[in-house]
Design a binder for this molecule. Structure first.
Ligand SMILES: Nc1ncnc2c1ncn2[C@@H]1O[C@H](COP(=O)(O)OP(=O)(O)OP(=O)(O)O)[C@@H](O)[C@H]1O
Length: 949
């Protein structure tokens, strides 16, 4: 099932996430206060230090600054694109407008995270959040320049950019010195402010001042900061001037001002018109001039757009002029390359004239007018990057190394990309039974895995046969065995059966199912172990496994869990890694990280880099938040190229049977000693001679009921595993009230929304509950009585049915299956029969198969349960068991036995033999975490992504 979340659910999830974030922030703040109280630093949270900061972010706590210039903390790495800007840039402000005025100091935003190559003594500029939406069509991205003034000196040193080859901007004397290493912080205390007022090296008093928070927001290039705070005071006291557009150029109308003339003379396109006595300039110098003018306390220049706007307001019959493009020549533009298809990448960067000129020289260039981005063939990537490096005002980050490695063949290509064809693998060394059974798409899966040298994440939809494919891939590398298979504990024995079924050449005694913490992990040629036991036994490993299968690999999504910490080193050293999951990420791309590096350990060695690119990483007061998502199109391309194969049921529906049945052998180890004793006693009772018919039936019913009771913990574990695996909507059929009760109780405990229909449900309620399940996505499980809900109801919104118990009448089972397999169902449905060894199931299961076979021969059923060959493999037919089997046959064939059995079963009271459920489940099953997890839209959307080119 991959139903998208409703708007309401999305909102709820977001609300919960925000609450959790707020809680965490509060907690960390409290901790920080505590630490501050004890004299330790409060600025660097522990999570920050653990996660590691990007190189361009401060590693030191922000220090109080003692200069007169406003600072803005900015995360350069995330400011390169509109979607990754830091949410809360912090500011330093000048102390008061009045103080600033008195000291005659400039009040400017100064980014603390200026270009890393900027010498501290130079004035640097960087782009701050260009508001793309405000750009006129085709106009360059507007820029805002921020400056950092030079070292202590009475002489103004002003170099517009870090690169010394760049032109000097102005020789205005009023720039303040600013230690380049200072960083902004959100709050200042009065003590700090007082300390900040200190004599400069020039003997002047330099004071901090504060200006309105409005200055933090991006503004169009050339616009003066909104007339607030210090800027407002400047406007009041300074010499006023105006910029006037004149064709390609603009003029400045202002009286004589020595400082301004020094600025004028520093601009390359300057020209003085003696007739008008005005200076004029090319538009390319506009932003540099405006910025320099802003920093002169004695000058206020009305920017071009404002001037134009007011001059050219539509008058009667007048024509509104389009907004003028702002001049970006000296603006620093920063951006990055993003992959948009297997063959192409685009430059996600603001406008730069020189850059555009360079783009136009690329052979494979393509301009998308909608996105306003240029794209190129991958083979031109390295050339473009090399040439961009020669542009002093541009920083275009190349594709990350992981991508260039993954797409190395495209980068080196000289002809347009053709989809990679996957060669047919030579499977002659694998059991022919298995190879001949592979469906065509499964064969493709095996070929893909072998083309990837046995390392992949097989993310096929539920029920597509990941098991058979994984066994085939592993068998291809049989020479490298022993094999390790790590699975949820509820399916360990199902895997054993699958190996026996598909690899007849494998002797059963070579399969080692690890059941307890005392077992050996390496005792077999095929070693099957649960996640939890692996973390206990992993220390036993002296020689690494070369071939490893991990079923439900999303169980490893959290790097902090013991299971993940145990598995990751094993995957790192293994030669072949086969990860299986129908839902690799259930809530966010961050969950994919461990699985990606499980398959490709060299990809994204730092989670932070992955987080910045694909998790919309945001720095919060408490550290980094990686719960978002970004760049999903590129992530999809990367996964498909190098990591993952995913097919949906709808992709391969034609190859699938309408129903996919699976027998799940549930763990006998889960049956408690007490339940086992009760079962044995009941079985013994049945074979005791000299019993009347009635007594025999009673014995059988007791055995059947004890079976139900014994299976409860396994059934619950299985259902919880399904929920954890992202199975969102399914039916669970059971027969005994005690099983139905235990299931609903557990679902309530875990806050999983569900409906229940049993014999006591009125017909009106039945329809209502059924409708609720059909309509509400939030209803994850329908707990149904085999006999009371197997007819007349439609549950086609689910495509999975689980039989927690078997029933002797296969006709009833088939009817129950058809609650999902009916009109309205567009998918192939999966049916899981949970079968417990050493219980009445040993007799019921073969009996059901036999009956179905008879029906089939009579043309009454097209279903063949015996296709599930693994189903019968474990039944031992010793004489005593045969006797019980015959007894079952006889009892159920008698007229009226059904009703009698049903009544007895429904009212079965386990009495003293039934333990409280809590005692039957282990700790891992009894976690208090809410288990209802929604599959994240990433994977819902993932399937519908199409590459833009
Ligand atoms: N080629 C095949 N021939 C016969 N049976 C098959 C084949 N492929 C799959 N099956 C059967 O289909 C059922 C589902 O397969 P499997 O359990 O491997 O699916 P899955 O992809 O692992 O699903 P899930 O994600 O739910 O675990 C099993 O009973 C399996 O034996």
């Amino acid at each position: 099932m991959s139903l998208p979340l409703t708007e309401e659910q999305r909102k709820k999830i977001e609300e919960n996430r925000q609450k959790a974030l707020a809680r965490r922030a509060e907690k960390l703040l409290a901790e920080q206060h505590q630490r501050a109280g004890s004299g330790s630093s409060i600025a660097t949270s522990s999570s920050q230090s653990k996660q590691g900061l990007p190189p361009n972010l401060p590693r030191e706590p922000p220090k109080p600054v003692s200069h007169g210039v406003l600072f803005k903390q900015q995360n350069l790495s995330s400011s390169s694109t509109g979607d990754q800007r830091p949410a809360n840039p912090h500011h330093f402000h000048l102390s008061t407008p009045q103080q600033a005025k008195e000291s005659g100091k400039i009040q400017e935003d100064v980014p603390t995270a200026c270009l890393s190559h900027s010498p501290p003594s130079q004035m640097t500029a960087t782009r701050v959040s260009p508001p793309l939406a405000k750009s006129p069509p085709g106009a360059p991205t507007q820029q805002l320049l921020c400056y950092q003034s030079g070292q202590a000196s009475h002489e103004t040193k002003s170099t517009p950019f870090a690169n010394t080859a760049r032109e000097p901007l102005a020789k205005a004397k009023s720039f303040q010195k600013t230690p380049a290493s200072s960083f902004g912080q959100p709050h200042r205390d009065p003590g700090l402010d007082a300390k900040a007022e200190r004599p400069s090296t020039s003997g002047q008093n330099i004071s901090d001042s504060r200006c309105g928070s409005g200055s933090a927001t991006a503004r169009p290039e050339g616009r003066l900061p909104q007339k607030s705070g210090a800027s407002f005071h400047k406007a009041v006291s300074s010499q006023q001037g105006t910029c006037i557009r004149s064709g390609d150029r603009f003029q400045v109308k202002i009286g004589y001002n020595a400082h301004l003339i020094a600025v004028f003379k520093s601009l390359p396109s300057r020209s003085y018109d003696p007739a008008t006595k005005m200076w004029n300039f090319s538009m390319t110098d506009y932003s540099a001039l405006m910025k320099a003018a802003q920093s002169l306390p004695s000058v206020t220049l009305q920017p071009l757009e404002e001037a134009e706007d007011s001059r050219e307001l539509p008058s009667a019959g007048g024509v509104v002029q389009a907004c003028l493009p702002s001049a970006p020549s000296l603006a620093f533009v920063k951006g990055r390359c993003v992959l948009i298809s297997r063959a192409r990448f685009e430059a996600d960067i603001g406008y730069s004239e020189h850059l555009t000129a360079l783009f136009k020289q690329m052979d494979s260039r393509n301009y998308d007018a909608k996105t306003r981005r240029w794209s190129f063939l991958l083979e031109e990537h390295n050339k473009l990057i090399a040439q961009v490096r020669c542009l002093p005002q541009v920083q275009l980050d190349p594709l990350p190394k992981t991508l260039t490695l993954a797409f190395a063949s495209q980068l080196e290509k000289t002809s347009p990309c053709v989809p990679e064809t996957i060669p047919e693998a030579d499977l002659s060394g694998v059991d022919s039974k298995l190879v001949s059974s592979l469906l065509p798409f499964q064969r493709v899966g095996v070929n893909f895995a072998i083309a990837k040298r046995g390392r992949l994440l097989l993310a096929d939809d539920m029920g597509l046969g990941k098991t058979i494919q994984a066994i085939c891939i592993a068998a291809f590398y049989r020479k490298e065995w022993p094999l390790l298979v790590v699975v949820p504990s509820s399916v360990r024995f199902t895997w054993e059966q699958a190996f026996l079924r598909w690899l007849p050449s494998l002797s059963p005694d070579r399969i080692n199912v690890v059941v307890t913490g005392k077992d050996r992990l390496t005792a077999g040629l095929v070693n099957i172990v649960s996640f939890d036991l692996l973390s206990k036994l992993e220390k036993q490993l002296k020689t690494p496994f070369k071939v490893v299968i991990i079923d439900e690999s999303h169980f490893l999504k959290n790097i902090k869990t013991a299971r993940c910490r145990a598995a990751m080193p094993i995957l790192k050293v293994a030669k072949r890694v086969i990860l299986l999951s129908g839902t690799p990420a259930m809530s966010r791309p961050a969950e994919l990280y461990t699985q990606i590096i499980g398959v490709r350990p060299t990809f994204f060695p730092q989670f932070h880099a992955f987080g910045l690119r694909y998790c919309d990483a945001k720095q919060q007061p408490w550290g980094w938040d990686y719960s978002g998502s970004s760049n999903l199109g590129e992530l999809k391309l990367l996964l498909e190229e190098a990591v993952m194969l995913r097919r949906l049921k709808s992709d391969v529906l034609a190859q699938l049977p309408a129903k996919q049945r699976k027998m799940v052998v549930i763990a006998p180890g889960r049956i408690s000693t007490k339940a086992r004793a009760a079962l044995d006693a009941a079985a013994k009772e049945m074979t005791t001679k000299e019993k009347t018919n009635r007594q025999q039936k009673e014995a059988l019913l007791l055995f059947f009921s004890r079976t139900a009771e014994a299976k409860i913990p396994c059934v619950i574990e299985y259902v919880l595993d399904l929920l954890e695996s992202g199975k969102e909507k399914f039916l669970v059929f059971a027969h005994h009230k005690v099983v139905l009760d235990a299931l609903t109780k557990e679902l309530e405990r875990k806050h999983v929304q569900h409906v229940r229909i049993d014999g006591s449900t009125s017909s009106a309620d039945r329809d209502d509950l059924c409708r609720q399940f059909q309509l509400f996505e939030s209803h994850a499980v329908a707990v149904l009585s085999i006999t009371a809900a197997s007819m007349g109801l439609t549950f086609s919104s689910a495509d999975l049915v689980v039989f927690a118990e078997l029933f002797w009448n296969p006709g009833v089972l088939l009817q129950a299956e058809d609650r999902v397999h009916r009109i309205g169902q567009s998918s192939s449905v999966s049916i899981h029969y949970l079968v417990a060894k050493g219980t009445a199931d040993d007799y019921l299961w073969p009996m059901i198969q036999e009956k179905i076979k008879v029906l089939g021969e009579a043309g009454l059923s097209q279903t063949s349960f015996s296709e599930m060959a693994e189903a019968t493999d474990y039944f031992h037919k010793d004489p005593k068991q045969q006797q019980i089997y015959d007894f079952f046959q006889k009892s159920f064939e008698e007229d009226g036995s059904d009703r009698e059995l049903l009544e007895a079963a429904e009212s079965f009271d386990p009495g003293s033999g039934f333990q409280d459920l809590g005692g039957m489940l282990d700790e891992s099953t009894l976690t208090d975490s809410p288990l209802k997890k929604r599959r994240f839209e990433f994977f819902d959307n993932f399937d519908s992504f199409t590459s833009p080119l």
